[in-house]
Design a protein around this ligand. Structure first.
Ligand code: JFZ
Length: 602
C-alpha cells in the first residue's frame, strides 16, 4: 500500500482539522464531558495533568532508521512499510532487538523529573510486534527476541510506585505481520483480507491481555482505525469499559468515539477548544528512535508549546523514541529534565489550569484558574510595560510566579499595565500571576494590540475576519516521511469580495513595515492583490502587490513561504485601524497567506 493510501487510512481517523479564529467554534462534540461521567469526572485527572510522555519503542528502535542496508529518513517506526520488508524477514531481523540496558525505574524517574503526569507506551505498533508477553501471538518481545523479559510488566510496576498514570498505544487496525491485518499489501493481497477475523483473533484478545494483566491503566491510545465501521470501533471501546471502566480511550479509536480528542500529529488547534483534548508531538522528527535525526526541540520550544496548548485548553503529549538498547537518547533526557525544572517552579501555571479567556498577545499567552490569570511572557516589551487588554475583572495583585516578587501595575478600564523587571528572570517563559476579583469574561476577537515595543508582531491567519469565500485551512506538509507539519493559512481568495481583515489597535505612534508571509504556486503567481490600511475615520491607504512563486503545496514535501514587504505605514497617533488584504481583481486564488507581520521601524 502506497503511503498516500496509508494517509487515506489515517485521514479516516475522523480527526477534525484545527478550529478557526481565536475562540474556535465548538468541535462537533464536547469531548470528555460525557453525561454518564457527570461533567467530565472521568477525564478530570487527564485535563488537569496537561503534560504526558509518549514512548514509541519496538524493533524499529533497534534498526534506528537503517534496515537491509538502506537508510530511511523520516519516522522510523514505519521502516517495515517503507522498505516493504517481507513479514518473515522483518520478524527475523526483529530477533536482534535486545534492550539489555532497559531500566523501567530509570525511565519513570526521568519522566517524573520531566514533569509529565502520564506515560503512553506503544504496546503494539503497526509492525504487529507485541512489547509484552502475549499469549495471543508469539511475535512478541519474550518469544521472538533474546531479551525474553516483559518490559511492560516492569514499567507498570515502576509507574504504580511513582504515581504516574500508565497508558498503552495500540494499533487496532494496521498490523503488517498479519495476513488479515491492515496495511501490508506487499505480502498479503488486500482483497483477501478478513479484518473482522483479525479483530477477533488478535487485536481484541491482545487489548484484553493489556487491560487484564498490568494493573490500573489510564489510557488505551488507539491509532488509525482504517476502514473500521462504528460498530467495530464501539467493540473496542466496550472492551475497555468492560475491563477498566475508568480507563480513557483516545479519539483515534475512530468513528467519532472516545473520551478525549487527539489532533493530527504535530498539530495544535487554531484557537481554544473546550473539553478534553491532546496535541501530540515528536521530540525530534521521528516517533521511533532514529540514529541520525538530531532535530530535537529545545527546552524553550517544549515549554512554550506546553504553554500554548494549555492556553487553548488542551494537553501536550510529547514523544521520546527510546533506543534499541533500552536507554533514552541523551538529548531527550537532558531537554525533558530541563522542562521539568521549569515546571518545578512554574507548574502552578500549567497543571490544573483552563484555557485563557483572553486571546494571545504579542508578549505571549495565558492560562487560567478561578481568581488567577497566568501570563506566560515569552517576549518582554522593550519599555517593560506589559499591556493586558480586554480584562473585564478587577486586577488585585500582580507578581512573578517564581519567587512571588510583587510587580507594580495599574488598571485603566479593561487595560491592565504591569511593570516587568529590567530583565525577564526566565527568557524562555516568565510567568506573571495576576490575581483578580469579579468576573473575567471570555473576550471574542477584539482589536489586536500593535506596539513598537516588540521586534515583530504577527497577525495569524486564524485571527482574521473572513469575507466572501475566503477560508482558513490547515495545510499539512512534511519534510521527510510522516514528519507532519501544519500551517494554518487563508485560502480561496479569488474575487475582490474574498477579503480578510484585522482590527488593529496601535498603542503608540511609529512607522511599521507590513510584510505578507505566504505560499504560492504557479496558479497564484503574478496575481495582483491589495493591502488596504484604514485608520478609523480616515481615508483608506492602498498598497498593491504582485504574488511571487514559492512552490506547489504537496503534503509529502516542505511547504515554502516567502516574506514579502508590501508597505511602510506611518501611524501618527495611537488609535484603531483596519488592515485588509484582497485580490485586486477577480481571478484565480490569490495565495495561501500564513500571517501578516508588522515590524516597527527604528
Ligand atoms: C500514526 C502512526 O502511523 C505513527 O507511526 C505514529 O504512531 C503516530 C503517533 O500515529 O500516525 C498518524 C496517525 C494519524 C494522523 C497522522 C499520523 N492524522 O490523523 O493526521
Amino acid at each position: 500500500m502506497r503511503f498516500h493510501d496509508c494517509m487515506k487510512i489515517i485521514a479516516m481517523t475522523g480527526l477534525l482539522s484545527a478550529g478557526s479564529p481565536v475562540f474556535a467554534q465548538q468541535p462537533d462534540q464536547l469531548w470528555g464531558q460525557n453525561a454518564e461521567a457527570g461533567k467530565g469526572e472521568k477525564t478530570r485527572w487527564f485535563t488537569e495533568a496537561k503534560f504526558g510522555l509518549f514512548l514509541h519503542w519496538g524493533p524499529y528502535a533497534h534498526f534506528g532508521g537503517d534496515i537491509r542496508g538502506k537508510r530511511y529518513y523520516g519516522i522510523t517506526e514505519w521502516i517495515m512499510n517503507r522498505d516493504k520488508t517481507p513479514a518473515a524477514e522483518y520478524a527475523r531481523l526483529a530477533g536482534g532487538f535486545n534492550p539489555v540496558e532497559f531500566d523501567a525505574e530509570e525511565w519513570v524517574r526521568i519522566a517524573k523529573a520531566s514533569g509529565v503526569k502520564y506515560i503512553v507506551l506503544t504496546a503494539k505498533h503497526h509492525d504487529g510486534f507485541a512489547m509484552w508477553d502475549s499469549k495471543v501471538s508469539d511475535f512478541d518481545i519474550v518469544d521472538a527476541t533474546p531479551y525474553k523479559k516483559d518490559p511492560i510488566k516492569a514499567l507498570a510496576a515502576a509507574c504504580k510506585k511513582e504515581g504516574i498514570k500508565l497508558g498503552f498505544y495500540y494499533s487496532q487496525f494496521q498490523d503488517w505481520h498479519e495476513p488479515n491485518g491492515g496495511g501490508n499489501s506487499w505480502d498479503f493481497d488486500p482483497k483477501k483480507k478478513d479484518y473482522a477475523a483479525y479483530y477477533r483473533g488478535k487485536s481484541l484478545p491482545q487489548i484484553t491481555e493489556l487491560l487484564s494483566n498490568y494493573g490500573e491503566l489510564g489510557i488505551i491510545w488507539f491509532d488509525t482505525p482504517g476502514n473500521m465501521n462504528k460498530e467495530e470501533s464501539a467493540a473496542f471501546l466496550e472492551k475497555v469499559h468492560q475491563l477498566q471502566p475508568n480507563c480513557l480511550v483516545s479519539s483515534r479509536v475512530g468513528n467519532g468515539l472516545g473520551d478525549f480528542k487527539d489532533f493530527g500529529d504535530g498539530e495544535v488547534p487554531a484557537g481554544v477548544v473546550k473539553g478534553a483534548w491532546e496535541a501530540i508531538f515528536t521530540h525530534n522528527d521521528s516517533w521511533g528512535y532514529s540514529a541520525f535525526d538530531q532535530n530535537f526541540k529545545t527546552p524553550q520550544e517544549i515549554i512554550r508549546l506546553l504553554a500554548e496548548v494549555a492556553s487553548k485548553g488542551g494537553n501536550l503529549m510529547m514523544n521520546i523514541g527510546p533506543m534499541g538498547n533500552g536507554k533514552l537518547p541523551a538529548l531527550s533526557e537532558k531537554y525533558f529534565r530541563a522542562t521539568g525544572d521549569w515546571l518545578k517552579v512554574n507548574g502552578e501555571a500549567v497543571y490544573g489550569t483552563g484555557y485563557s479567556p483572553i486571546a494571545p498577545q504579542p508578549w505571549g499567552v495565558m492560562t487560567h484558574k478561578p481568581g488567577k490569570l497566568y501570563l506566560h511572557v515569552f517576549h518582554r516589551p522593550h519599555n517593560g510595560k506589559l499591556l493586558l487588554p480586554d480584562f473585564t475583572a478587577k486586577a488585585v495583585k500582580a507578581s512573578l510566579l517564581a519567587g512571588k516578587k510583587p510587580l507594580t501595575m495599574r488598571q485603566q478600564g479593561k487595560d491592565v499595565y504591569i511593570n516587568l523587571p529590567a530583565t525577564l528572570p526566565d527568557e524562555r517563559n516568565t510567568v506573571v500571576v495576576l490575581d483578580y476579583s469579579g468576573e473575567l469574561k471570555e473576550q471574542p476577537q477584539t482589536p489586536q494590540v500593535i506596539s513598537t515595543q516588540f521586534e515583530r508582531l504577527s497577525l495569524p491567519a486564524q485571527g482574521a475576519s473572513l469575507n466572501g469565500n475566503a477560508q482558513t485551512k490547515s495545510l499539512t506538509h512534511s519534510y521527510y516521511f510522516g514528519d507532519w507539519k501544519h500551517a494554518m493559512c487563508i485560502v480561496n481568495q479569488q474575487s475582490v469580495a474574498d477579503s480578510i481583515s484585522y482590527r488593529l489597535r496601535f498603542t503608540e505612534p511609529g512607522d511599521y513595515k507590513v510584510v505578507l508571509q505566504y505560499s504560492a504556486d504557479t496558479a497564484n503567481e503574478r496575481r495582483e492583490g491589495l493591502l488596504e490600511l484604514i485608520p478609523a475615520g480616515k481615508a483608506m491607504q492602498e498598497y498593491p502587490f504582485q504574488v511571487l512563486l514559492t512552490g506547489k503545496h504537496d503534503t509529502h514535501k516542505p511547504l515554502l513561504f516567502i516574506d514579502q514587504a508590501v508597505a511602510v505605514i506611518t501611524v501618527p497617533v495611537p488609535g484603531e485601524w483596519t488592515l485588509r488584504v484582497r485580490p485586486a481583481k477577480d481571478g484565480k486564488e490569490l495565495f495561501r497567506l500564513k500571517q501578516v507581520l508588522l515590524e516597527p521601524l527604528k
